[in-house]
Design a protein around this ligand. Sequence first.
Ligand code: NAP
Length: 267
Amino acid sequence: MAFLKKTAKAKTALVTGASGGIGLEFAKIFAQESHDIVMVARDREKLVKNAEEIREKHGVQVIVVVLDLARPGSAQKLFNELEKKKIRVDVLVNNAGFGVAGFFHEESLEKQLEMIQLNVATLVELTYFFANKMVERRSGKILNVSSTAAFQPGPLMAVYYASKAFVLSFSEALRNELGDSGISVTALCPGPTESGFQERADIKTMRLVRGKRLMSPAVVAAAGFDGLMKNKSVVIPGLRNFVMAYAVRVLPRDYVTKTVRRIQEKI
Ligand SMILES: NC(=O)c1ccc[n+]([C@@H]2O[C@H](COP(=O)([O-])OP(=O)(O)OC[C@H]3O[C@@H](n4cnc5c(N)ncnc54)[C@H](OP(=O)(O)O)[C@@H]3O)[C@@H](O)[C@H]2O)c1
């Protein structure tokens, strides 16, 4: 592994799901801000190619970890590997995630449990391991990628929406617990964003996204980075997403659920 530059003060950002989409944009932004990066995902080829580009452009150290984070025990494995290499994680970006669309009872249970493992369990485990190290040092930042899906139930993506509600609730509570410890926790709640997400979830024909101009992952990651640096609790990129997230609080819950069902139907 070619390390191009190492400054004594360089901080390290660990980004999960950094082979594409929002995670890759996070890796680029942190590198631009002189952070060394640990990029984690399953696709070795994409990771290696993107890592090389980031090293060349920003002269920071980039470590690639090829790992399936939907496997139970993978968080512990990642933590152990970085401990062994004596890599101090200053910023943890829990970004890796995917969605499953369709009627809950008809979709594969295995796939939906795998999604819970990645979106929820691995995120909690990584947060646990790295937060403890951060508390020892009394410094660190955690950014958890939730979604605007977190603010209401999501028929036809029921488990995905619930997983993102978990991430938001967990992040806000953890932020409160860690209040005086020098560690900040931020939840990023993007709306529909142009990435590999729609293809993997097979939702390109959903009313919510079909024919719509989706937000760019670079803009979403920049908003997340900015919010993290400003120690914001929750970041919702885009005015429309922001207004919708707050509007659902005052609308009748049943009406909101029915409306989400409609926009989640494929056309
Ligand atoms: N796009 C949207 O509309 C949207 C909206 C709100 C929130 N989000 C959230 O944003 C986050 C990033 O998604 P994205 O939009 O950037 O989607 P994406 O383009 O599909 O990127 C997902 C990233 O997660 C990685 N990943 C997926 N499964 C993994 C696994 N089992 N182990 C390790 N890494 C895995 C993928 O890499 P590999 O395939 O190489 O493993 C990829 O790097 C997710 O948490 C998603 O729920 C997305």
